[in-house]
Design a protein around this ligand. Structure first.
Ligand code: BDR
Ligand code: CA
Length: 307
């Protein structure tokens, strides 16, 4: 059965790869995109999502603007040095690009339509998804499962020494999602940082030219990889955090898991840091936390869809 996915995201290069994967995999039905602030502003993220859909002739998929800022943080931080000024590296929607957006209530209609078949994936800051829990409390219970890219366990962060960017952006909302989402899987930085795509794989996809996005993969990759070469010296490729998160929905065995309850620290110097009680006798929890990536299987899956 196809996986029906409602994607919350902030495209963003790795979010863009996640969208491409959803579009290109015939076993995934992307039923909507909710675009919010994060890597770029909400408006830019929304335009980027709509543009990626249009390139594939899939403007029938609703794009819903989400949050434009976190619930508590006053300073907005975007990441042009990682994702480009407009979020998809050097690629951007044309100046006169027109697209339709859908109201927030569309999320309620989508949940009511697909009910327990619906899978929610969040690859951005947690603000919008947390808001959905508060606005549509009855509907959100109908959702089958949740997948979230966020956190960093046993490894340094990326937005700060301790925190991963999605949980750093709005730790209050991240805690809310971690507490209330049922059937929740998270793919934190400790795993996604190993989900690297290398230049040789990008070359193979570009030469093959077999999909709507082949033309943009190389420039996007180069932009993103340039940042990572500087920030993680010696890294062999660029980590596709959000792409891995989507892949795991269909291919759970790409990673190994542990089961714990995770917490995000709010409002101190350690803001955004995620932790679990990992002492030998601590009790196990409800969240499925990815801890190890099977790299060869990840690359095989990437080629299977993108080539
Ligand atoms: C996460 O932060 C964002 O910048 C990326 O798109 C990804 O979702 C990685 O920490
Ligand atoms: Ca993202």
């Amino acid at each position: 059965m196809t996986k029906k996915i409602l994607l919350f995201c902030d495209p963003g290069i790795d979010d863009s790869l996640a969208i491409m994967y959803c579009i290109l995999d015939p076993e995934i039905e992307l039923v909507g995109i909710v675009a919010s602030y994060g890597n770029v502003s909400k408006d830019q993220a929304t335009a980027n999502a709509a543009y990626l859909l249009e390139l594939a002739g899939r403007s029938d998929i609703p794009v819903i603007p989400g949050a434009s800022m976190p619930v508590k943080e006053e300073v907005m931080i975007y990441y042009p040095e990682i994702h480009g000024k407009n979020g998809i590296g050097p690629i951007q929607p044309p100046n006169n690009f027109q697209f339709q957006v859908y109201p927030f209530d569309t999320i309620r209609s989508i949940i009511e339509k697909y009910k327990h078949e619906l899978i929610i994936v969040d690859t951005g800051r947690s603000t919008t998804l947390a808001t959905v829990f508060t606005i549509f409390p009855d509907q959100i219970k109908m959702v089958n499962s949740f997948y979230v890219m966020g956190g960093a366990f046993f490894v340094p962060g990326n937005a700060s020494a301790l925190a991963e960017a999605n949980f750093y952006g709005d730790p209050t909302s991240s805690n809310f999602v971690l507490n209330y989402a049922h059937n929740l899987t998270i793919t934190p930085l400790n795993v996604t940082q190993h989900a690297v795509i290398t230049q040789d794989i990008v070359d193979a996809v570009s030469e093959n030219g077999g999909n709507f996005y082949s033309f943009m993969l190389d420039p996007i990759f180069k932009y993103y990889f340039d940042f990572y070469k500087k920030s993680v010296p010696g890294i062999p490729g660029a980590p596709m955090h959000d792409l891995l998160t989507i892949m795991v929905v269909k291919n759970p065995s790409l990673v190994d898991y542990i089961y714990y309850d995770a917490t995000v620290i709010e409002g101190t110097e350690a803001k955004g840091m995620s932790y679990i009680d990992y002492r030998p006798t601590s009790k196990r929890g409800k969240t499925k936390i990815a801890v190890k990536l099977h790299y060869d299987a990840f690359i095989e899956e990437f080629k299977r869809i993108m080539l």
